[in-house]
Design a protein around this ligand. Structure first.
Ligand SMILES: [Zn+2]
Length: 210
């Protein structure tokens, strides 16, 4: 194994003054970031074992129904491989992720009159997805952030790792001859103020039950 990997795994994760997520990482539940996100959950007792979650002010889905929760370590970790360095942080990730999923599914089910444990239709289903990526490529190396969101509408399209993406019809650009598959465009829109505040309050109470 290349010894340099240890340099990445054990990289300094202290607060970076130019990182926007580091600047949000010490905010308390209920406080708002410069971007307009609200802190809805925190877990851990020190910078080395803490995660925090925010409700994003924008969604790429339906602003009347959808929302995104973003989960971030308090420390400036830039790669998934670094989490194993802090066993309590790894443990708290499992707790944070499961709580966020529980709260999101609960809210989605409450808004869905046709909800059943096993849904007969795609429309009445509580479909969710998570997405996160990391790299040590200088240009894109950034504070880890993992998104959890309802997987439906334009956001709920098969992704490159899905077999259904591979089964999509392949088209050819008549000019360049380049191959491509079709996807619906996704545009992020602001969630209305009233709904955003209601959601933030609901999430805070669901996520912070002791
Ligand atoms: Zn950071």
């Amino acid at each position: 194994m290349n010894d340099n990997i240890n340099g990445l795994i054990k990289e300094d994760a202290s607060l970076h003054k130019d990182c926007n997520l580091c600047s949000e990482s010490s905010l308390k539940v209920g406080q708002r970031t410069d971007y307009g996100a609200v802190i809805v959950f925190r877990i851990g007792s020190s910078a080395e074992d803490s995660w925090f979650a925010t409700l994003s002010p924008k969604t790429g889905g339906d602003p009347e129904q959808d929302f995104t929760i973003q989960l971030m370590p308090q420390a400036h970790l830039t790669h998934f491989c670094q989490v194993s360095n802090y066993p309590k942080l790894a443990e708290n990730y499992g707790t944070a992720f499961s709580k966020v999923c529980n709260a999101m599914a609960g809210l989605m089910a409450a808004e869905n009159k046709g909800f059943k444990v096993t849904s007969e239709s795609k429309e009445d289903a509580v479909s969710m997805a998570t997405y996160g990526k990391c790299t040590n490529w200088k240009e894109k190396k950034e504070h880890l952030h993992i998104k959890v969101f309802p997987f439906r509408g334009d956001i709920g399209q098969p992704y490159t790792v899905d077999s259904s993406f591979g089964r999509k019809e392949v088209h050819k650009d008549s000019g360049t001859g380049e191959e491509f598959v079709k996807m619906k465009p996704v545009r992020k829109v602001m969630i209305g103020k009233e709904r955003f505040e209601k959601l933030a309050n609901q999430l805070i109470s669901l996520l912070n039950i002791k």
